[in-house]
Design a protein around this ligand. Structure first.
Ligand code: CP3
Length: 367
């Protein structure tokens, strides 16, 4: 007989038979708004950055090269899982990896980020971005397969950059504070914008499909810089393209997470793009975010990464507040509001995982 249990809203409902494996993990169950034994937790940009073992392994290997070596990808992806006991692994890669595979000449410069040799300005530049298939990113396919074997019941999250965030790097030529060139092209040459965003949606979709076929248990679409737009412009210039990526995975059988920074005004629109889970940054409390996104979506977030640099009592109080506010959502995946900062003490991350698990544990007789 199926067990009765309480979900995140305290409502009793039928539980499905436990099948085991990553599809039955607390993380995937929360994404699907199913009852969980504890609130799952992982950290954006957990793979690398703050870990000494990561810095050691990367000492003489350039970023893009490390993304193309399945042995390194596997080791770096596993490092935070071993160390922190997080509920999910995220593939070590970068949002520009598939764009480089599509023929764009770019590099990832330490301390700066992606730098594009010839920024995209014309229709001919857009044409040069080739569609990609599995063979263009065979190293990702191989790394995911190795990781799925190594991880056992721990789910692996695949990811891609969303069209707007990728387009910004390609048009600006590198990171930008204002996204001025991107917006100038968007407003001034809307047809060219839509051609570029459409092509980047195809690249992102193909990249995610490779990862799903290789065995990832969930995917996250990173639209890190979408918060630079008004809701009206987001709906007109971005939402159709992000929707194309997410809708293209509707039959893939894995939950989809849609995340951006500074998206308080966009949360409702982002929720319409098709993902099961909406990532929220630290600016919007999760109960407020849930009212904007609606009851059909789980939420993910939203500890300010800078809080991890504060004394432990401050961290603990913030974790408690976020778990409390997350109870207003139909389901909650604990995370940061953006990526782990390189200067973060890894011990603090480990303590946060333990605290989230402890504070959110459901009584065993209800599981
Ligand atoms: O958890 C993980 O770290 C998984 C792997 C991962 C990386 N980048 C590795 C990386 C993921 C999920 C990303 C996504 C990514 N890359 C995003 C979306 C998430 C976000 O932070 O908003 C964006 C915008 C990028 C583009 C990018 N790549 C930036 C802004 C940077 C940082 C530049 C710097 O040095 O601070 C990169 C480089 C990068 N990507 C590094 C890592 C580990 C650092 C490179 C290095 O170690 O030399």
């Amino acid at each position: 007989m199926a067990a009765m249990t309480t979900d995140n809203t305290g409502t009793a409902r039928d539980d499905a038979p436990r099948t085991g494996g990553p599809a039955d993990s607390p993380f995937v169950r929360a994404c699907r708004r199913r009852p969980v034994p504890h609130t799952p937790v992982w950290f954006m940009r957990q793979a690398g950055r703050s870990l000494p073992e990561y810095r050691e392994i990367r000492a003489n290997v350039a970023m893009l090269e490390s993304c193309r070596r399945p042995d390194l990808v596997t080791e770096i992806t596993l490092q935070p899982v071993r160390r922190h006991g997080v509920d999910a692994a995220i593939l070590f890669s970068d949002i520009v990896v598939p764009v480089a595979a599509a023929g764009v000449d770019l590099d990832i410069v330490p301390g700066t980020g992606p730098v594009v040799a010839e920024p995209v300005r014309t229709a001919a530049d857009v044409q040069r971005i080739r569609p990609i298939d599995r063979d263009d990113v065979a190293y990702v396919d191989e790394a995911v397969r190795m990781l799925v074997r190594e991880l056992g019941d721990t789910p692996l999250i695949g990811f891609a950059g969303a069209p707007f965030t990728l387009a910004s790097y390609l048009i600006e030529g590198g990171p930008s504070r204002t996204h001025a060139k991107t917006k100038a092209l968007m407003y001034g040459e809307p047809e060219l914008w839509h051609a570029l965003a459409g092509r980047l949606a195809e690249v992102a979709l193909a990249f995610l499909r490779v990862q799903i076929e290789a065995g990832v248990s969930a995917v996250q679409l990173f639209d890190s810089w979408a918060g630079a737009l008004s809701e009206a412009d987001y709906r007109r210039f971005v939402l159709p393209h992000s929707t194309a990526v997410l809708a293209g995975l509707a039959d893939a059988g894995v939950p989809r997470i849609h995340f951006g920074v500074g998206t308080a005004e966009l949360l409702g629109a982002m929720g319409e793009a098709g993902a099961e889970v909406i990532g929220v940054d630290w600016r919007t409390p999760l109960d407020v975010a849930t009212r904007r996104i609606g009851p059909e979506h789980a939420v993910q977030g939203n500890l300010d990464p800078c809080v991890l640099l504060a004394p432990w009592p401050v961290v603990e109080a913030e974790v408690r507040r976020i778990l409390d506010q997350g109870r207003a959502a139909p389901a909650h995946v604990f995370n940061l509001g953006h990526g782990v900062l390189p200067e973060t003490d890894p011990e603090v991350l480990t303590r946060v995982v333990a605290l989230v698990h402890e504070l959110s544990a459901r009584p065993a007789d209800q599981d």
